[in-house]
Design a protein around this ligand. Sequence first.
Ligand SMILES: [Cu+2]
Length: 246
Amino acid sequence: MLASLIVISRRSFRGFRTLILRIRAFGRVVLCLAALTVRTVPLFAQGPVSGRIAIGEKAGETTTDFTSAVVYLIPKGSAARTVEQKAQVAMNGRQFVPRVRLVTPGSTVEFPNQDPFSHNIFSTAAGGAFDLGTYGSGTAKGTSFRKAGAYPIYCNIHSKMSGYVVVVPTSWYAQATADGRWNIPNVPAGRYELHAWHERSAEVIKEIDVTAAGLPGVDLSLDARGFVQLAHKNKFGKDYDATIRY
Ligand SMILES: [Cu+2]
């Protein structure tokens, strides 16, 4: 009885040793792979590019629409590869949600009507005008945006509905958060042309050098002091019918 117990414990001890040796061998393989990974990192070095936007406002006014600000990076000397997307802008509460939708060229944007009444959607953007007609609650129509640019979007029924689809020719972009901060992750090291866009300001363009660790603290100043809100025309180029109640 005792002899057989000793045999079993010897066997399990051998099994245990084999297991330990295997774990050690696996550990060496993991270490080798880790060393290889560390060596290859500089080739694909990329980091976040981030900063803060300030918008100059008229005296006594504060910025409440930082989330409409868009920042994007165009690499200097090489083409930016982009991936087409499928995005949505809802029509909800007589508003486009989100007010600014950022996509890459060739992307499709669908506009679901989430209100219990009909909406129309159109844009008169030069080179990218479209009209999806009028459609009812619970339905959606979409269109694709081939060219880079800012497309104002409107509803032909409700004059106060307005928004933008902003098409950026790059895969490095961000929209600011409500406090004006922005962050573009995973930007490869190199020289870039930075663009900052906001519907109430002229576009700001500056060149930046992104290091292997990225580039923090890029502060941008936009100027909305000269902005004047003009009533847009309907899709027929006429004034909206003032008798339509909201
Ligand atoms: Cu509408």
